[in-house]
Design a protein around this ligand. Sequence first.
Ligand code: MN
Length: 286
Amino acid sequence: MKLALYNDFNLGVIKGDRIFEIGSVINWDSSDPQNSLLDLMENYNRIKSQIEEAITFSESKMVSEVKLNPPVPKPSKIVAAPVNYYLHQDEMNEQFKNAEYTIENLGFFLKAPSSIIGPNDKIKLPFPDRRTDHEAELAFVVGKRAKDVLASEAADYIFGYFALMDITVRGKEDRPWRKSFDTFTPIGPWIVTSDEIVDPNNLAFKLWVNGEERQSANTKDLIYDCYKFFEVASSIMTLEPGDILTTGTPEGVGPITKDDEVRITIDRIGEFSVSVDYKKEEIKNG
Ligand code: MN
């Protein structure tokens, strides 16, 4: 099932190019979408057939006519994998001489949840004069509380998958600084529940800037795949329902600038594109 939030955090299900309003059949509270999502995930197996039935009589709109919101609006944390593809390690070494380690030595880092934006929002660059890159990533949302979960059990704890852009200022500051600016984590276009993703560790994905292909990879080349990354993260800290884990970017990262259009697509999930602006212009104009 493809679960989308739209038009001020209503809940919808995507079928083809239409979105069906289903919040009203499951007591969805659009003023508290993160907690409503937690309720939905906790009760999903019980209410799944109810939702599917509701699609037959619910009102629907064209997806293109609604504003999509971030499908996981306020996680308690975003756990992110650094240097989790060897070819990305190579390009970072070539360009910055600063990636001698991979995820095996680096562990992981946290991004601020406040950096999340939706698939119809804008990235706002804080420093026009500093290189700021796109990173295309497969991400997922934790479905139930997890601590010390082995890779072999991790699939049971993952509720669903979506696309994530890990926007990053290049430089010497720590990763959380460089990756946590407001608007630096576009996610979307919706959550595809785990039952529809046969193997998350074999998904092709791409990213374009202004129609030019920049990244093209497959999650089968992850150093730590989704489940291993889950094991490592949950060995350190409790993963709460609604938390986001993002698996890291492959090769092909590159700069974005004002007026760029950045598009990401992942097989079996979907695609979205966000535009880019400078942050200072907003302050100037507003
Ligand atoms: Mn990243």
